[in-house]
Design a binder for this molecule. Sequence first.
Ligand code: PLP
Length: 410
Amino acid sequence: MMGSGLARSRANAAAPVRRYLDHNATSPLRPEARDAMIAALGDVGNPSSVHHDGRAARTRVEAARGQVAGLLGAMARQVTFTSGATEALAGVLHPEVEIAGRPKPCDVLLASAVEHPAVLRGHRFASDRLELIAVDADGVIDLQALEAALARHSAAGRRAMVALMAANNETGVVQPLLEACRMVHAHDGILVCDAVQAAGRMALNLERLPVDFLCLSAHKLGGPQGAGALVAGHPDNRVRPLMAGGGQESGRRGGTHNVPAIAGFGAAAEAARLALESGPGRAGEAARLARLRDAMEASILARLPEARVIGGAAERIANTSLVAFSGLKAETLVIGLDLSHVSASAGSACASGKVGASHVLQAIGVEESVARGAVRLSLGWSSSQDEVDAAVAALVRTVSQMGGRPLEAA
Ligand code: PLP
């Protein structure tokens, strides 16, 4: 036994230090979430059971509900737990919906052209009922186009559900949610917000932001993968459940609760809220990440002047940087970074073995040669200056090794 322990520690000693700059793909589990999950794993109860053990599990679920609600300035009863944001979005993006206890069926789904595939492919409207709303050169929704579409549909007696993300997963660009909410409600429509990338990274308060529904994912804010929530703007906003099952979650989402994941989600949401509210002027974690990210971009641009920051002129969440190198292939860059022990993502999507520009960059109108060389560096709670410095050094090395290599024909 001793021998194998020694071998393991030798192996560990040799393991390179990895730099993780891919928080938008998934954020490492926060210690608070890990502790909450380990504690919950020691329990036996099903939260639906009436006995002592069941009630103990229920207590954990309800504590987490309060913590998740707290991140959004909402009430616990506005939160329905799901297996993640994809499920929450698939559930809510459906024509049958109730607002404040009254049916408000929707005829069309209007979605910004830069929404996540969980919206664009996951919704449950007929495919000819989806209409994309254009974005500007930074990826910000064109509010005039939204207004025109809403006016056209309401003049024809059609109610619209609008899907607008709080912040984009590829560029970090923040959308004008408040203005969009006002516009949508003026036309008696419904606004669903995918807040997956924004939650815990910028202030989001449902007392001031009148969205009808908002979707969250635990693993983007330091909770576990496989947990999320549909948050109702009003406690009596409801959708037909995607899974009715045993009537859990007040009949809004059937299926036995994943108590450890929910407990971890709650702890992560609370840790994210406390970090956001910390520091001078309560600027907290967002200000720390903005300083790190801005210094990282400045350092990249100083050493690689050919780089271009996409969406850099718009308001962005503090952690995200999409940096493009025209003529280089992002997948090769990402592999080069990985060999230098840096985790990052390509800002391009791979479909049928062919790598093309992402739909986000296409919607923004970024030229293909630039879009195909876009690398996303995303920071989070575990990021430090040392980590960012090492990642920038690796990026500079990798880009110069690839220096000016022409893009191969696809
Ligand atoms: N929406 C956005 C903007 C995302 O970035 C993601 C995950 O990448 C999702 C939705 C889906 O979240 P989940 O992994 O919880 O299903």
